[in-house]
Write a protein that binds this ligand. Structure first.
Ligand SMILES: [Zn+2]
Length: 298
């Protein structure tokens, strides 16, 4: 069903990366600007992330020997350093997620560059390492994003629902590895019921979300794919939801043939395979189109 899966390390049947977007309340400020400081309910909802959920998840994943990849906006790292230290202390990877969680496609190229530089600098100050991977806030990529990521020396992106295995993005400036996210597994779709975020999903048992994640994983394992969770500590780090994640990890570990890795490790594996001529992934040229396909008035 997957025509050209990559060879995974040590004969593993599939690769699994648990990634979390550690947004904290950056999304409240990014969406509501100056009014955000008068929204204590929404702020408290999202401050649960750095104060409670992220340290809880970092500990839980560490106990299971499974790495996390955490995409953290620069402002979040500066505002909640203890949460980021908890991520790093357990050997997890920090990824780039903008500075204030700005919507890249609503920024000018100069503004987007500034956000990327500030975000990278903030993570470097706290961890001593520059982020190697990026997930676009709101998946809101701009026309300039991939050129900027290459210019700033990033190795991979994980923002596109583009494939079931890694692909390469080829821009005029150079190459990035794309580690695609399955379209169905963002946890907002499963759990969030909040007027402040315009998400009013029906409250359902975590088992129901677990069934979705497990079905995705089982299929990708069957055919040799890459499974990337794209979750949020404020959503999936609450006790019942975290317990569901623990059950999912145990299900995956019981298979005995899964490669658990950070997204950075997976990107390195892909580049090594390509450079050695051992695997040829699909390549997408960026931009997808150089001019409009249908010329309708805007
Ligand atoms: Zn985010």
């Amino acid at each position: 069903m997957i025509e050209n899966p990559p060879p995974w390390p040590n004969g593993a049947r599939c690769a699994v990366a648990f990634s979390f977007d550690v947004d904290a309340d950056s999304v409240v400020h990014a969406s509501h600007g100056a009014n955000a400081v008068r929204m204590p309910h929404a702020l408290a909802h999202m401050r649960y992330d750095p104060f409670v959920a992220t340290p809880r998840l970092a500990k839980m994943f560490s106990e299971h020997g499974v790495p996390m990849t955490c995409f953290v906006p620069g402002w979040v790292a500066e505002t909640y350093p203890a949460a980021v230290e908890a991520i790093v202390a357990h050997g997890n990877e920090l990824g780039h997620h903008g500075h204030f969680h700005e919507w890249p496609s609503r920024q000018s190229p100069a503004q987007e560059r500034e956000s990327l530089e500030r975000g990278s600098e903030a993570l470097f100050r706290l961890s001593g390492k520059r982020p190697r991977g990026y997930r676009a806030p709101y998946y809101g990529l701009s026309d300039s994003t991939y050129d900027l990521l290459v210019e700033l020396g990033l190795t991979y992106d994980s923002s596109l629902f583009a494939d079931d295995v890694p692909i390469l993005l080829e821009t005029a400036r150079g190459r990035l590895v794309e580690l695609p996210v399955p379209a169905s597994i963002d946890d907002y779709n499963q759990y969030v019921s909040s007027r402040a975020f315009d998400y009013l999903m029906k409250v359902s048992p975590p088992q129901q979300a677990l069934d979705v994640y497990k079905a995705e994983f089982d299929a990708l394992r069957e055919f040799g794919g890459l499974w990337v969770a794209c979750w949020h500590p404020a959503v999936s780090g609450r006790p019942a939801q975290a317990l569901a994640i623990r059950r999912l990890i145990e299900h995956m570990q019981a298979q005995g043939d899964v490669w658990f890795a950070t997204l950075g490790e997976i990107a390195d594996h892909v580049n090594a395979l390509v450079d050695a001529g051992r695997w040829t992934p699909r390549v997408e040229k960026i931009p997808f189109y150089s001019r409009p396909v249908i010329d309708l008035p805007a």
